[in-house]
Design a protein around this ligand. Structure first.
Ligand code: TMP
Length: 191
């Protein structure tokens, strides 16, 4: 089972993934961008946010996704895999970046994933107040420096996209307590 944890920065994805990893050490934990040796190099370029072309940026995220699919997801498809981000970030950030067509983005991601979309998605939803507070407590990368309004737009795009995709999903309130969120995720995933 291939599961994505999705949501904008500081929504608590990594905290929840760590809790599950402690409880279920047999689960494969991975992330995008950067879950493969090529991905690490791509991640460095992408997070520096120095590409002039948003199409080049999109294609580099997709290249990372294709390599990650072939190297990590496909060989482990009999196991439970949890990825910190994946194609829903791919679509949400691209839609917030400008003039991309939703159906075209779905096709490009289908190509990168060899047709294998995740089985389940957990989408964390935060709000401007919590985002403002949490981002003020960390050092921001190039993409986060695009601003909080941008991140909220990304979140809206991810949520709208998920409603159209027909993939099984759970929305969680990122402002809820760590333990409550953990319990909700456990009962949804039925690990
Ligand atoms: P993170 O791994 O620290 O969450 O950083 C990854 C950054 O890359 C984050 O700002 C979201 C962004 N991103 C995209 O813009 N497109 C994508 O397809 C993915 C996977 C991530």
């Amino acid at each position: 089972m291939y599961i994505l944890f999705e949501g904008i920065d500081t929504c608590g994805k990594s905290t929840q993934i760590d809790l599950i990893a402690q409880k279920y050490p047999e689960i494969i934990i991975t992330h995008e961008p950067g879950g493969t040796p090529f991905g690490k190099k791509a991640r460095e370029i992408l997070l520096a946010d120095t590409l002039a072309s948003k199409r080049a940026e999109l294609l580099l995220f997709l290249a990372d996704r294709a390599e990650h699919y072939q190297e990590i997801i496909a060989p482990n498809k009999e196991k439970v895999i949890i990825s910190d981000r994946g194609f829903l970030s791919g679509i949400g950030y691209a839609l917030a970046n400008g003039d991309f067509d939703f159906d075209e983005l779905v096709s490009l991601n289908r190509f990168a994933l060899e047709g294998h979309f995740p089985d389940k998605i957990v989408l964390f939803l935060t709000n401007m107040e919590t985002l403002t507070q949490r981002t003020s407590e960390k050092e921001l990368d190039g993409i986060e420096l695009r601003g909080l309004e941008y991140l909220i737009t990304v979140q809206n795009k991810m949520q709208e996209s998920l409603q159209k995709l027909g993939i099984n999903y759970l929305e969680v309130d990122a402002t809820d307590s760590i333990e409550n969120i953990h319990q909700k995720i456990l009962s949804y995933l039925e690990l």
